[in-house]
Design a protein. Structure first.
Lengths: 603, 590
């Protein structure tokens, strides 16, 4: 793992990035027009009312406080007007800030929610060949972190818009109060902008670096704890700690670097408005002496600076989110704009019970490497109700063949016929009801045992138990805390590899498939258990037409016919006994376990 | 956050945490002084405004020289205050990051000493959070939330002192205005914490459900359950959205309440101030200064709810990390004072050993057996028979509840870890590899091995042809968890790694999953060479392994029920004979 540095993360093109970021913002605004408008209006109300608050103070100084104190008598009407104005301004500001935060939040969370749904819908529509080209981790982060990164800019955005309104109003009231005092504003406000922008530009890449180093720390911890048994048995604890320490210290140094920059900018950004107040007082003294301004004007302008400092920071936050927004948007759009799709026909598989499965002159190559054929001219038929074993060395194309016969992918040439009908002409419903696949790696849903077996079928519990008995899962399921209702997964019970495989088998069997395809689906089971299950399967009446990818001799022995794949072609076909006699390669492959045993015996 | 047991208070967690990592509090006195001075900048403004208004602007005749003097002094003070702000922040960041990096590393090291790590694989994820997100939370707290708390409190204290100097009556007015808000803070912070707990929980559920169309793509497609899956995603994403909006509502409410209160305080200051000005000595400058000072209360009050809620989370995180560190390592390293194992061949003796998990059933019951040096032993039995526990006790991944495990005449509990690991090696079922090159992975067996040593070890195990076929030799990257290699190849790497470690005693957990027969053949040969001249105990899943062993130990329901050679055990017509018969039945199908 090479640790990222500041140089690898900061790059040029910041201006272009900012422009693209603004385009992403535009899209979000267009999507949430109404809600965003309300949020912006609320923020505007807050901004303008904040300026009004300062104006009230200035007005009260000149019309309530000074006259009353100097005259020694209260002018009740103006006093109540002042009190009323302060309260009114506060109520309106409160409304503004509630609206800004709440509606701004609604805009953000809606954008995130909608894109999450959009992305996951694409995942469900895009064909498996597309899924195979994209690592799961990447797709998960597209739907989660990337979607959030795209729209995070909408959190500070309403506040930034309100700040613009506030600044316009502030400068307007300054001009009205005294044009000369306005000069302070015209100097300090741009300075605050510049300070915030420089801060973001310095800090942005450093924050990205720290984020990535934080990821490294987490990766090392995950890996080290996952491999704990190796670490412990080889006595590598100290070495692992050194590795973790190195990652932690890189993160520490990056975090301290961020801290140093914050330490410079925070006091500067805080001090600027305060220094502006002093400048206003100084200039104001001259202006009041010249009779060009009242004390109230000076107070009002000075007070304005104490409230706008914090607000201007929101522009920095918006700028800070833009790079993430651009990257997030690009990743998310790559999924949403993908238009790959699998078309289904409208034919049905006639009749009931097992059907013939015919594989006719299949050719297939991976989309990424169209020149190397994975499968070449594959042809065989599995008569209804019989079992065919597919045998071959690693990389001979066995798993690809199971994807083709279940139509998870389509061949480049040739066809798969289910009960005489080209699989491409079948409706999706007809296909999935007729053909069931038990894939090599078991996937369980974060749901109950029952839901994991029946999925979307409406099946009585007796039938579920019946199937669980066939796959020898009835005993362990009955022993689970809530039986069929036991929650599995992250926050539920976790099962062993063999138990998971049994549930995956039950999931296929409960649907009474007419064709059953098992891709090395019993690898985690004890050979004994595997035998019992496969026998129970074969001994039933109306058992499905079965294709099984197998390594174990005993599994192969259950098959009516064996298809021996080598280098993507059917090297041999026939019964196990026939192939054993005809093909030395087949013999070598299937006998490898026994060979290993004999060699040990003879030493 | 929902545990009902009486919990250690927040302050005591902080004290405990800072005691454990004194680096965090190094120079804290000066840092705090600097931080407090840096909060004075805000209060300085109202003081100058008041002074300028009352002394300088009085009655039209403006004393510009006086105002200039005030402004220059104040400006110089502000620059100095900004400098203290810089210093205090640098000190806080440096001290807390140093301390937390050490805390992180200490917790990481400690996790490796806990047998929980190897016993309970489900808890691994939460152990990872202890050294990642929990520490990040503490860091956020120390550098932002905690500092904001100190600054806010400091700012409010300074403002209160300044106010009290100017007018005790108006000070009361301001404080009374903020009392209701202050009283509701705890409740608001609690509501906010609960709301964010719900958000976090719903994020977890959402992530799990979103994984279904991705990780389970093949199942979803081949069973045509797109609608069901979409429905589940819609539900989870919708629930997460609603929880977020609810939390956002509370945040917005808590945030804005302070603005309303600030406005009311301003109005009250105006009314009471003017009345005091008329009947008493209150000056124009003082009244205006109070409005500025109210602003110093509103800011902190806006953030208070959020700050308190974040502080509670950070303290919970800190408590979790500290509790982890305080969990005693259940298998203790006797260290350099221990007794070293004799060099050369090793035998092993189980002296009436029993094992049970705390509050759990007995897993191993009074096992008494001796394994001679250089003996090749196979351990068989069904899942739950106790055979894996037997192996773990032999490598001291756990300690027995009763009895002793004795290696080469030394009680295993007396042997220093580094010595034990040098002599006894456990080879796990799955060949777990680290995301590095093949060479680096092999060096896990021996730090000092040269490239030539690695290649020699590969050749000695008869894997030269396999190695030659690797495109980049020792520089081949194995990927995460070694997933660029096949399961069989990972096992090969694990075997070479073990050969490099060169232990006298090997404990193996045989792989159950079927791999490519050719690789299987290679592995079997390599394993055979590895075991040559060593004492070995193999948890056998294949009875062929048992057939070839010098001796077979058969476990059933936690007891050692049979012990002997394969030949004799088959004749004995017991548990082993039954296991064997089913295997034979399977083999003859071929």
């Amino acid at each position: 793992m090479s640790a990222p540095t500041l140089d690898t993360l900061s790059g040029g093109g910041t201006d272009r990035l900012t422009r693209r970021g603004f385009r992403v913002m535009g899209r979000g605004i267009a999507r949430q027009k109404v809600m965003f408008t309300w949020a912006a209006l609320a923020s505007l109300l807050f901004g303008v009312m904040t300026v009004a608050d300062a104006w009230v103070l200035g007005w009260a100084t000149d019309h309530v406080i000074t006259p009353s104190v100097t005259a020694g008598a209260v002018t009740w009407s103006t006093l109540w007007a002042g009190v009323g104005l302060f309260v009114l301004a506060a109520v309106l500001r409160t409304l503004g800030v509630v609206g800004r935060r709440l509606l701004g939040g609604v805009v953000f969370f809606r954008l995130v929610r909608d894109d999450r749904l959009r992305v996951t819908r694409r995942y469900l529509q895009l064909p498996l060949r597309w899924h195979h080209r994209h690592p799961a981790g990447q797709l998960l982060s597209n739907a989660n972190a990337d979607v959030e990164a795209t729209w995070s800019v909408f959190m500070p955005l309403p506040m930034a818009l309100g700040t613009i309104a506030m600044l316009v109003a502030a400068i307007a009231t300054m001009v009205l109060a005294d044009p000369v005092l306005t000069v302070v504003g015209l100097v300090v406000i741009p300075l605050l902008f510049v300070a915030n922008a420089v801060y973001q530009r310095w800090q942005g890449p450093r924050i990205a670096l720290a984020q990535s180093l934080r990821g490294d720390v987490s990766t090392v911890a995950h890996e080290s704890f996952d491999g704990a048994l190796v670490v412990k048995s080889l006595g590598r604890e100290a070495d692992e700690t050194a590795r973790f320490r190195a990652a932690s210290e890189r993160l520490r140094d990056a975090a301290i670097g961020i801290g140093r920059i914050r330490a410079v900018f925070d006091p500067v950004i805080e001090a600027l408005p305060n220094l502006a107040v002093l400048a206003v007082l100084l200039l104001g003294a001259w202006r009041v002496q010249d009779g060009a301004a009242d004390a109230g004007d000076v107070v009002q302008v000075a007070y304005l600076f104490t409230v706008i400092g914090m607000q201007i920071r929101s522009f920095g936050w918006v700028l800070g989110e833009l790079p993430r927004a651009v990257v997030g948007w690009e990743r998310v759009s790559r999924v949403i704009d993908e238009d790959d799709a699998m078309d289904y026909g409208d034919a049905d598989v006639p009749g009931t019970g097992p059907v013939d499965l015919e594989v006719a002159e299949l050719d297939y190559s991976h989309p990424d490497e169209p020149d190397t054929a994975v499968l070449n001219d594959i042809a065989f038929t599995v008569p209804a109700g019989t079992v065919t074993a597919v045998v071959g060395a690693t990389g001979s194309g066995k798993s690809t063949l199971t994807s083709l016969v279940t139509r998870l992918v389509d061949p480049d040439a040739g066809a798969v016929l289910v009960g005489g009908t080209d699989a491409r002409r079948l409706s999706q419903r007809a296909l999935t009801r007729a053909v069931a696949l038990v894939p090599q790696s078991t996937f369980l849903f974060d749901d109950t045992v029952r839901a994991n077996v029946v999925l979307d079928l409406d099946v009585p519990d007796e039938r579920v138990w019946e199937v669980l008995r066939i796959v020898q899962a009835d005993r362990f399921v009955a022993a689970l805390p809530a039986g069929l209702d036991t929650e599995l997964g992250e926050r539920g019970t976790s099962l062993s590899g063999g138990q998971r495989q049994r549930l995956a088998l039950a999931r296929a069997l409960v649907r009474d498939p007419r064709v059953l395809v098992m891709d090395d689906a019993t690898s985690a089971l004890d050979p004994e258990v595997e035998q019992r299950i496969l026998r129970a399967l074969a001994d039933r009446d109306g058992s499905p037409t079965t294709i099984v990818v197998a390594y174990r001799k005993a599994t192969i022995a259950l098959a009516d016919e064996v298809v021996f794949l080598a280098d993507g072609r059917v090297a041999e076909r026939g019964t196990d006994a026939e192939l054993r006699e005809r093909s030395a390669a087949y013999r070598n492959l299937v006998d490898a376990y026994d060979q290993a045993r004999e060699e040990v015996d003879h030493e | 956050m929902s545990d009902s047991a009486p919990r250690e208070g927040g302050i005591s967690v902080l004290v405990r945490g800072m005691r454990r990592n004194p680096e965090i509090t190094e120079g804290i006195g000066l840092t705090l002084v600097l931080a407090l001075i840096s909060t004075a900048g805000g209060s300085l403004v109202p003081i100058v405004v008041r002074a300028a208004l009352d002394d300088g602007f009085a009655t039209g005749d403006v004393d510009t020289a006086l105002v200039t003097r005030y402004v220059v002094i104040a400006a110089l003070l502000m620059v100095a205050i900004a400098a203290t702000g810089y210093l205090s922040k640098v000190r806080i960041f440096t001290a807390s990051e140093r301390g937390l990096a050490n805390l992180r590393v200490a917790a990481f090291r400690h996790v490796h000493d806990l047998s929980m790590l190897t016993q309970n694989t489900q808890r691994r994820g939460s152990l990872v959070s202890r050294v990642t997100s929990d520490v990040d939370q503490i860091s956020q707290f120390l550098q932002f939330t905690g500092i904001m708390m100190i600054i806010s409190i400091g700012q409010m204290v300074v403002a209160t002192i300044v106010m009290a100097f100017l007018s005790w009556q108006l000070t009361l007015v301001v404080l009374i205005s903020f009392v209701p808000l202050a009283l509701s803070l705890r409740w608001l912070a609690g509501a906010m914490s609960r709301a964010y707990d719900r958000v976090r929980a719903s994020v977890g559920e959402m992530l799990a459900v979103i994984a279904e169309p991705v990780v389970g793509a093949a199942v979803v497609r081949s069973y045509g359950i797109e609608d069901r899956t979409q429905h589940r995603v819609d539900e989870a994403v919708g629930a997460n959205y609603r929880n977020n909006i609810r939390a956002q509502t509370i945040t917005a409410g808590a945030f804005s309440a302070a603005i309303l209160v600030g406005g009311i305080a301003n109005a009250a200051v105006l009314a009471v101030g003017v009345w005091l000005g008329v009947v008493g000595e209150m000056s124009v400058g003082t009244i205006v200064a109070f409005v500025f000072l109210v602003g110093l209360f509103t800011g902190p009050a806006q953030m208070a709810t959020q700050v308190i809620s974040e502080a509670q989370n950070a303290i919970s995180s800190w408590r979790r990390v500290l509790d982890l560190l305080d969990t005693p390592a259940d298998v203790v390293d006797p260290g350099p004072d221990g007794q070293r194992l004799p060099e050369g061949d090793l035998d092993a003796r189980f002296d009436h050993v029993s094992f049970a998990y705390p509050d759990g059933p007995t897993v191993l019951d009074d096992v008494d057996v001796t394994i001679q040096a250089r003996q090749r032993v196979a351990v068989v039995g069904e899942t739950g028979s106790g055979k894996t526990t037997f192996a773990k006790l032999l490598t001291r991944l756990m300690d027995p509840a009763a009895g002793h495990v004795v290696l080469g005449g030394v009680d295993i509990a007396q042997v220093p870890f580094d010595d034990l690991r040098r002599h006894v090696l456990m080879v796990p079922q799955e060949g777990f590899l680290f995301d590095a090159t093949l060479g680096e992975n092999l060096r896990y067996g021996s730090r000092t091995a040269t490239d030539a040593d690695l290649v020699r070890a590969v050749e000695r195990l008869g894997l030269a042809d396999w190695f030659a076929a690797l495109p980049r030799g020792l520089d081949t990257r194995v990927g995460q968890r070694g997933e660029s290699l096949s399961a069989g190849e990972r096992q090969l790497v694990a075997l070479v790694r073990s050969a490099l470690a060169d232990p006298a005693f090997l404990v193996l957990d045989e792989a159950t999953s079927a791999v490519d027969p050719q690789t299987e053949l290679r592995a079997t040969r390599a394993l055979d060479r590895l075991l040559e001249g060593r004492t070995s105990v193999t948890i056998a899943h294949r009875l062929s392994t048992a057939e070839n062993a010098d001796r077979v130990l058969v476990f059933d329901q936690g007891r050692l029920v049979e012990d002997g050679h394969h030949r004799d055990l088959v004749k004995a017509d017991g548990v082993y004979a039954r296991l064997h018969a089913s295997w034979v039945a399977q083999a003859t199908l071929a």
